[in-house]
Ligand binder design. Structure first.
Ligand SMILES: Cc1cc2nc3c(=O)[nH]c(=O)nc-3n(C[C@H](O)[C@H](O)[C@H](O)COP(=O)(O)OP(=O)(O)OC[C@H]3O[C@@H](n4cnc5c(N)ncnc54)[C@H](O)[C@@H]3O)c2cc1C
Length: 435
């Protein structure tokens, strides 16, 4: 979609604001005078108050274009909403494509005693398109995709659905009227602007929007690592792991450093350099493996591998008990698969012995903000299920549910928590979600 298409779609939907929206979007920086902050003796800088131009408006504003944000934007658009998707990088897929995290985990689980695929909907649709291009293979329990093909197919799917995507935009704050979010403030090369939205999906991975909205959360320090690809590995080499859809290209992985703060700018900068050093050092030792003598670093991650940071305290967090006891919810909006062995009540459950689990709408809902919903690795779940909750299959499921719920709230002119749940579930089933 070129800029003209983006604006046309906007004008057809809720659209850009009448106050010269097109010009404002083209060069909002011109409408804002740079401020001159003052440094005070207490070591703080105080910015003078300033006016922020409103450059667009929409029904559903999705912050973050990782797997969760992609699915949310697509699902909302397919439910008839006018959708804007904001992404601070220059590509779709978040960690999935930007950190070469290629195995689409948590799409399988036990259901009625049978080990099978349990995640369908957008996840299945995307993967089927990639398979038909030869850009997804199945390995162990998961599809493994090609990152560049995934970015491209995601782009096609969003364009087909009429989603407006804005890249190189960092959401930076929210404005509120009472408990409701009124607009999201964005920062970009075009300056500081605002986008008005009737509902907002927080798919930032780090819960940026619910944090600004003042919602409670727990903070998790996890290991921060990396995944990357190497090329020119001989097919009959002694490196048996890490196959990808492209012959000769293998996936590499490091857990990285444990107990890390994924929101600390200085720490992230340090780890970014450390991961790059590690990748090049590892290349040296990898070349000693038979069949890898001529291998080279194909790419390094565009995003350092932050696994978890803020996790929402939702209206109904999904805990280890709910998952292991296969709890059913009246407001179920998705079913996720499993990907790790779990010890529970004195018994050890292998992955293939574990049931698929339900996600209720309330696990995506913050406690106060009525027009905000959360998807992806920061929705409301308990510590014991961190691995299953943050995997890509689960992120696509929560994204699809969150987008559809946000669109229903717009259509019903209601709070997201008050949407007609039977209607929402029927819509999700139409979108091939198996609930
Ligand atoms: C090293 C590593 C290995 C992993 N291995 C696997 C694996 O093998 N299989 C698997 O299924 N999962 C794996 N995972 C987990 C999985 O990749 C992530 O949990 C998943 O991608 C999370 O999706 P998300 O959409 O919630 O967030 P993210 O993928 O983090 O996407 C969030 C997006 O939002 C954007 N964003 C963030 N803040 C803002 C903002 N303020 N304004 C605008 N844009 C913003 C980001 O740029 C990003 O594109 C791994 C993770 C890591 C780090």
């Amino acid at each position: 979609m070129d800029r003209r298409d983006f604006l046309k779609i906007g004008a057809a939907g809720t659209g850009l604001l009448a106050s010269g929206g097109i010009d404002a979007l083209a060069s909002p920086a011109e409408t804002v005078k740079p401020s001159s902050p003052e440094v005070s003796a207490d070591g703080y800088v105080r910015e003078p108050a300033r006016k922020i131009p409103v450059v667009a408006s929409c029904d559903v504003l999705v912050v973050g274009a990782g797997p969760a944000g992609f699915a949310a934007a697509l699902a909302a658009a397919r439910e008839g909403s006018d959708v804007i998707l904001l992404e601070k990088g220059g590509f779709l897929g978040g960690l999935w494509t930007g950190c070469a995290v290629l195995p689409l985990n948590c799409t399988m689980g036990l259901q009625n005693g049978e080990w099978k695929q349990v995640v369908y909907g957008i996840s299945n649709e995307l993967n089927s398109r990639l398979e038909s291009m030869g850009m997804s293979i199945f390995s162990r329990r998961s599809p493994v995709v090609d990152p560049e093909a995934t970015k491209y197919v995601m782009q096609l799917m969003l364009r087909e659905a009429g989603v407006r995507v804005l890249y190189y935009v960092q959401a930076a704050a929210v404005t509120k009227s009472g408990d409701r979010i009124d607009s999201v403030i964005i920062e970009s090369k075009s300056g500081r602007c605002a986008i008005k939205a009737r509902t907002v999906v927080d798919a930032s991975g780090d819960g940026d929007v619910f944090y600004w909205a003042g919602e409670p959360y727990r903070f998790v320090k996890h290991h921060i690592g990396a995944m990357w690809r190497i090329g020119n590995v001989k097919e009959d080499s002694d490196m048996k792991r890490g196959r990808t859809p492209i012959p000769g290209v293998r996936l590499m992985h490091t857990n990285g450093e444990y107990d890390q703060d994924g929101l600390d700018l200085f720490n992230l900068s340090r780890l970014t350099e450390k991961m790059r050093d590690y990748i090049w050092e590892k290349m040296e030792s990898t070349r000693s493996i038979r069949g890898c003598e001529e291998a080279f670093v194909l790419d390094t991650p565009a995003l350092v591998g932050v696994r978890v940071t803020r996790v929402l305290e939702s209206r109904c967090d999904v805990g280890l008990d709910s998952v292991m006891e296969s709890r059913s919810y009246d407001d179920v909006v998705g079913i996720a698969g499993v990907d790790i062995k779990i010890d529970y009540n004195g018994k050890s459950y292998k992955v293939e012995d574990r049931n698929a689990w339900q996600i209720p709408l309330r696990a995506l809902l913050p406690k106060k903000t009525p027009n905000l919903i959360v998807a992806g690795r920061c929705f409301g779940y308990g510590e014991g299920i961190t691995y299953d909750a943050r995997e890509i299959g689960t992120c696509l499921v929560t994204g699809q549910a969150a987008g559809a719920a946000a669109a229903h709230a717009v259509a019903e002119r209601s709070e997201i928590a008050a949407v007609d749940i039977a209607k929402l579930q029927a819509s999700l089933r139409k979108q091939d979600v198996r609930i």
